[in-house]
Design a protein around this ligand. Sequence first.
Ligand SMILES: Nc1ncnc2c1ncn2[C@@H]1O[C@H](COP(=O)(O)OP(=O)(O)OP(=O)(O)O)[C@@H](O)[C@H]1O
Length: 315
Amino acid sequence: MTSTPTFDEIRDRALAAAVPGRYGAGAAIACDRLVRIFRADRIEVQALQGLDLVVDQGDLVALVGASGSGKSTLLNILAGLDLPSAGGATVAGCDLLAMTAKERLRYRREVVGFVWQQTARNLLPFLTAAQNVALPLQLAHGRRARRHLPRVRELLDALGIGDLADRVPAELSGGQQQRVAIAVAMANQPAVLLADEPTGELDSETGAGIFEAFRTVNRELGATVVIVTHDPMVAGEVRRTVAVRDGRTSSEVLRRTVVDEHGAESVSEREYVMLDRTGRVQLPAKFLQALGMEHRVAVDLAPDHIEVRKDDHDE
Ligand SMILES: Nc1ncnc2c1ncn2[C@@H]1O[C@H](COP(=O)(O)OP(=O)(O)OP(=O)(O)O)[C@@H](O)[C@H]1O
């Protein structure tokens, strides 16, 4: 005989049924219809126009898109440096819209790390590499920072610059400075590392080394990494590349390594378009142009796919 459920059990079941897996629950980053409007000289710019993005923990993602598409605006919001005009954003369980000023400061110091494009912006010029990496530890732990200082050496070693610990930035190359910047950003073991064009000022060979450093941080230190980049080489090497277009995520390329029957490895690539929660998709412009589709298309449901055809109403 089944026992009659108590009031509390009924309430718990109803609550569980009402929230069928909150959007992005458990993800490292969840952006829910993010909007950011800038107003300058009575002109409004909608930098983000309802952007959705979910990044899983431990992912390494490249964000690409034309100039002005909203990539830096998104990164600044995720870094806790800016607030959206509407929508929601959660990073490592922190609701970016609900934080007090004090929580926001702690968030920027401990939950996210940030690497800027301009190497000079990442480091204090009068401190050595080791002192630069120690600084965020001192800001976060105050007088108790001493016990965390071994991490400085560990990080510099992990990033292959242990022997440069006592040099000031002016004595380091651009690539070496960016490695120190990554160590600074990782000092407080952030859950998420954000980087805005981190290889933009470097030649391609040095850029490749920096990208490898991000992979190390992702693989060995367990950080979720999001890199905004124009660098096609970087975008080509990550598992997931998300394209931002007109303030929204528009398409993604997912890559995976496949091994054939002879044991030979190759990378397979597949392009996806985003499907929002109202069922809207943004088809790739090159597909629409190739078939001369505009304004309206015919859609039909097939057993296992949806067909999208040129408007045939007048034929
Ligand atoms: N503080 C601001 N005030 C007014 N408009 C802004 C501000 N910041 C960004 N914008 C505008 O918002 C839009 C998106 O800018 P954003 O810098 O996010 O683009 P982006 O994709 O990072 O471009 P880029 O690749 O050139 O860095 C642009 O039209 C930009 O001019």
